[in-house]
Ligand binder design. Structure first.
Ligand code: FMN
Length: 332
């Protein structure tokens, strides 16, 4: 029987529970771009409450990126100093923390929004070098690893999706080729740094000709082969585990994915109460789950869950924290 507060492992990382606070932009910088003090409290409240691991907010490569205004710039002067304070606070409670890198656009020097079909191999090298440097920066700032967001509609997700990538060189065509841009990055990080590499991926893509769920599993296998330490899925609602006795299709996919890889897989999206999480954990191969909005509503809610053995997050899933891009709860 799996329990939420079991001590467990996510690859090389030791966790105090099966709950991952997933990537959530904080919008916590002042006009100079420096972190505001409340961010340290938020991380401390999460870390001391019994969370298994924390994924930071999104960091983009460059200031013209789509989500850049809502999160911290990783190229500001104080990044390493400020985030070393954040990672030190979190480590005080023996909680591992990953820095999340995600970029929507890529600027190859000639085109600020160069897409998969148009970027030159030289441009690909530049992109790979920048991601590897970001991992290095995360390691200087004390992060235990990097999470590269290759899910949602981010650049690397589009690059590996046959809907967007029709290249005819070694970075296009079959699955291995479309994932190569990311595999090569992972290989360099793993061979040069002591960093956990987590890849956030999509379970499928609903566009006609887009990535299907069996290809998503093949992609996860390629990432594992390159050295990835864990896979995290982007959100899908799994509030209904069984509908009229039939297992939710997303959980069927997740079980197949977990069977196909030997690295941990993190599932998340719309999880709000202990009962549902326990049901997911004990009716599937899932070992780790993630949450975002409940931590926006109450950073330390897991303390109550742990103490009471039962609990429901106060988050009402109104989604204002997301749509208004402030990362503050509008209800509480
Ligand atoms: C305010 C807010 C900010 C978010 N920021 C990020 C982010 O920086 N990176 C990311 O990968 N996902 C981000 N997400 C998506 C969450 O990681 C998560 O996938 C989604 O909210 C569904 O999980 P939940 O139902 O537990 O909130 C954000 C979500 C919210 C609500």
């Amino acid at each position: 029987m799996k329990d939420i507060f079991d001590e467990c492992q996510m690859g090389d990382l030791k966790l105090k529970s099966r709950i991952i606070r997933t990537g959530t932009w904080e919008t916590e910088t002042d006009e100079g771009g420096f972190l505001t003090p409340s961010i340290y409290d938020r991380y401390e409240n999460m870390a001391k409450s019994g969370v298994g691991a924390i994924v930071s907010e999104i960091f983009a490569l460059d200031h013209k990126d789509r989500f850049y205004p809502y999160s911290t710039n990783m190229n500001y002067k104080g990044f390493i100093k400020d985030y070393k304070m954040v990672t030190d606070i979190v480590h005080k409670y023996d909680v591992p923390i990953l820095g999340q890198l995600a970029f929507f656009y890529y600027d190859d020097g000639e085109n600020q929004k160069v897409e998969a079909n148009d970027i030159s191999q030289e441009g690909i090298r530049k992109l790979q070098a920048e991601v590897i440097m970001a991992a290095k920066k995360f390691s200087f700032a004390g992060f235990d690893g990097i999470q590269i967001n290759m899910g949602n509609n981010f650049y690397l997700a589009r690059f590996m999706n046959p809907y967007f990538n029709q290249r005819d060189d070694k970075y296009g065509g079959n699955t291995e080729n479309r994932v190569r841009i990311s595999s090569e990055i992972i290989k360099v990080i793993k061979s040069t740094m002591d960093m956990h590499v987590s890849c956030r991926i999509n379970p499928w893509d609903v566009r006609k000709g887009g990535m299907a769920s069996d290809e998503s599993i093949a992609i996860a296998c390629e990432l594992e082969k390159a050295g990835a330490d864990s896979i995290q899925l982007t959100a899908r609602t799994i509030s209904q585990i069984y509908d009229k006795g039939v297992k939710h299709p997303f959980l069927v996919y997740v079980d197949d994915l977990i069977d196909a890889v030997d690295i941990p897989v993190v599932l998340g999206g719309s999880l709000r109460d202990m009962a549902t999480i326990k049901e997911v954990l004990n009716n599937s191969n899932v070992e780790l789950v993630s949450m975002s909005k409940p931590f926006v509503a109450q950073a330390d809610f897991l303390s109550d869950w742990k103490e009471n053995g039962d609990g429901v997050a106060i988050c009402q899933s109104c989604n204002n924290c997301y749509s208004k891009k402030t990362s503050t709860c509008f209800k509480y």
